[in-house]
Write a protein that binds this ligand. Structure first.
Ligand code: B12
Length: 438
């Protein structure tokens, strides 16, 4: 079968990211099939590019990866859903090939999106087992309704899978070929994406990660992670940094330790950053991470108030955030903390206390987001709702952000805009840009 794998993501803030998940699904598909690949990230006219590609290449199946439902900017978070619908329509104009949807964004609303975009099939969560099973059914004339984990649209209505497949055994995954990656990704940021596990054991009330990856931690053998980094060195020598895309790198702690040691033992000399949780982050682990090349951690701290942290189902309190900062600083790691202000039930006083907390914490960078009830909405808000609380928080932030050089405030575009980012890159700065605020 001739299959077109198409990456639909066009977000470039804070940096463009390689379509790691889609490429992994491509690798999992037997090479007896013809596997074509198109990345729309840098295409000035994505619909036309896709239409031309499909017209010329005549795929018999189109796999469309939908990573982000929204833009990076939560202030007036724009929805990408209409743009995705136009892509499906562009395929339909020139081809009768079935369209299969997948990706992190798609996984959050598999039924609604299948109907709304008018595609034929969808896979929520990891695609390395379900997609090849669908290809097998389509090539052998099997019943697609029997494919475990497959959403189908029949007469305009989405049908959920009858059964779910087992999780993918990460030890069996092939390395993604970085030769297929559009070099403009590396030219833009030099950042590579690497995964050491799937699943998040935490239960933060608002978080979608477990919906995509499940709660159960499934680990890649540490030696595979180190092997993959060597493979990246060969296939993409221009890479000068990698980001660990795990929901949280340091949980389980023993895996983080083993992965760090495997990287250090190989002598892979490549700086990296990751998401870390104050839980299970201590001096010993930080030292091993640094020895493996880790230069910074991103922490979803969310609030400086214990009441709010408890309400959000966070597994730590404000004292643990301070301790994580202390540990990072003594190990020589930069730390970037994201805070989410004005969450449901939070008062303006609590927000003010959080701001005092952040000033006092003085991390390498703080990213301040303001809760937006509409952020998850499928229908794009033309302008985000300016509730009274939201507006008061934004006013507080505008007043304070000017004097806080390490605060990034995406809803106000403060230290978070494409022009500033490209200026910094042109100065040759590598890795996530928050590291260079100081
Ligand atoms: C790491 C990460 C980041 C890092 C990326 C760093 C890097 N170098 O890659 C950073 C911090 C930069 C980032 C930024 C953003 N992110 Co982000 N990110 C993630 C995270 C944690 C992991 C993504 C990842 O790489 N996973 C590993 C790969 C292997 O998995 P995957 O892409 O999901 O692919 C699998 C399946 O989805 C499926 N699949 C994928 N494509 C296809 C296609 C088909 C046809 C099929 C069948 C299956 C399939 O199979 C794949 C393999 O199993 C996810 C949350 C999560 N836990 O998934 C959010 C997530 C993807 N991000 C999200 C968002 C919104 C963003 C931003 C827009 C802003 C923000 N608020 O963070 C920006 C956009 C950046 C950009 N240019 O696109 C959302 C997207 C959904 C949504 N709500 O819109 C997610 C889901 C988190 C969330 N808030 O819900 N992100």
């Amino acid at each position: 079968m001739r299959i077109a794998f198409v990456a639909a993501n066009r977000e470039v803030l804070p940096d463009p990211v390689i379509p790691l998940g889609l490429l992994s699904v491509l690798e999992a598909c037997p090479s007896t099939h013809e596997r074509l690949f198109l990345d729309l990230c840098f295409e000035p006219e994505p619909e036309r590019a896709l239409r031309d590609f499909v017209r010329e290449q005549k795929p018999e199946l189109v796999a469309l990866s939908l990573r982000n439902l929204q833009s990076a900017d939560y202030s007036d978070a724009h929805s990408n859903v209409q743009a995705y619908a136009r892509l499906v329509a562009a395929v339909r104009e020139v081809s009768e090939a079935p369209v299969v949807l997948g990706g992190g964004g798609y996984s959050l609303m598999p039924e609604a999106l299948l109907e709304r975009l008018g595609a034929d099939f969808g896979v929520a969560g990891e695609g390395e087992v379900v997609f090849p099973a669908l290809v097998e059914a389509l090539t052998t004339g099997g019943d697609t309704a029997e494919v475990a984990g497959l959403y189908r649209r029949v007469e305009g209505r989405a049908h959920a899978p009858r059964t779910m497949p087992p999780f993918v055994d990460l030890a069996t995954l092939k390395f993604v070929s970085r030769r297929r990656v559009d070099r403009r990704h590396y030219a833009a940021s030099g950042i590579e994406s690497v995964q050491t596990k799937r699943g998040c054991p935490l239960h933060c009330s608002y978080c979608t990660y477990p919906t995509i990856e499940g709660h159960q931690s499934r680990l890649r053998p540490p030696s595979h992670v180190a092997d993959e980094l060597q493979h990246i060195r060969l296939e993409a020598p221009e890479v000068d940094h990698f980001f660990v895309v795990d929901s949280v790198f340091n949980l389980p702690r023993r895996h983080a330790l083993a992965v760090s040691d495997a990287i250090a033992e190989r002598g892979i000399d490549l700086p990296w950053t990751c998401y870390a949780n104050p839980l299970g982050f201590d001096g010993e682990l930080a030292e091993h991470m640094v020895a493996a090349g880790c230069v910074g951690i991103e922490v979803g701290s969310d609030s400086g108030s214990d009441t709010v942290l408890a309400k959000l189902g966070k597994s730590f309190d404000a004292a643990a955030i301070r301790e994580a900062h202390r540990v990072a600083e003594s190990a020589g790691l930069l730390d970037c903390h994201t805070f989410l202000l004005g969450t449901p039930g939070e008062t303006l006083d609590e927000v003010k206390r959080s701001l005092d907390f952040i000033v006092d914490l003085a991390p390498s960078a703080a990213i301040l987001m303001v809760w937006n009830d509409d952020a998850e909405a499928l229908v794009p808000p033309s302008a985000s709702p300016r509730t009274e609380l939201r507006q008061s928080i934004l006013d507080l932030l505008s007043a304070q952000a000017a004097s806080q050089g390490r605060w990034v405030v995406p809803p106000l575009g403060k230290r978070f805009d494409a022009r500033r980012f490209s200026l910094l890159r042109r100065r040759g700065l590598s890795g996530p840009l928050w590291q260079h605020l100081g």
